[in-house]
Design a binder for this molecule. Structure first.
Ligand code: CO
Length: 213
């Protein structure tokens, strides 16, 4: 059996199991999805959003990219955010990073990863520059790495709050609540490091004052 045949076989077994537990499972889910959460996580195969949160199909809307970045020119991320906030009306948006993140680690090196990855990692280098003073004060490289993972999550949550998508939803619907979490690969535990409830003020430079409904 090829490795991908195994995936298809496992899929059949899983579908069968779902039906045994709940004969209406697929019928119900095929009609509608009403997730309360948007998850913006790292693509890392060790951080599966639904498994580590015990959520079922239909409960969590997911976007993943390298190092869980919220880049304001990323049409993919912004489309997911717009759809989740304005159509699914999610109550919470969670940016979840993880300790030991390869993307964060790569951004701490001076290595040339070639054009496309360099471009992506530049966004994380910018986070480092913003927090240069704090990071330079940490001598232990592992601790510095961990701290950058946390600071990156915090910056990405703030990047969400800088979008007119979030600011408009906050103004007219008092949601979603934004969360910054960091998952531990070594213990499986999520560490909540930052949050922004609806209508939290940010640097006025980024606040729109003429948002219409
Ligand atoms: Co990662």
């Amino acid at each position: 059996m090829t490795p991908y045949d195994k995936l298809l076989l496992e899929n059949k077994a899983w579908a069968q199991e779902q039906l045994e537990d709940d004969p209406d499972f697929f019928n119900r889910l095929s009609q509608i999805q009403t997730p309360d959460f948007l998850w913006i996580g790292c693509s890392d195969s060790r951080v599966p959003a639904d498994k580590i949160t015990g959520t079922q199909p239909g409960e969590i809307f997911v976007h993943r990219n390298i190092a869980n970045m919220v880049v304001n020119t990323d049409v993919n991320l912004l489309s997911v955010l717009d759809y989740a906030v304005n159509h699914l009306k999610v109550k919470h948006v969670i940016v979840c990073g993880h300790y030991g993140c390869g993307g964060i680690k790569a951004s701490m090196t001076k290595h040339d990863f070639r054009a496309v990855l360099n471009m992506w990692l530049r966004n994380i280098k910018d986070v480092q520059r913003l927090h240069e003073d704090e990071l330079n004060g940490i001598n232990d490289e592992e601790l510095k790495f961990d701290r950058l993972v946390e600071l990156n999550v915090k910056e990405q949550v703030q990047n969400l709050a800088k979008t007119s998508i979030i600011q408009r939803a906050w103004k007219y619907h008092q949601q979603p609540h934004l969360h910054g979490w960091v998952y531990g690969l070594k213990d499986g535990i999520i560490n909540p490091v930052f949050e922004m409830p609806a209508n939290t003020h940010i640097n006025p430079l980024y606040e729109y004052d003429d948002l219409d409904s």
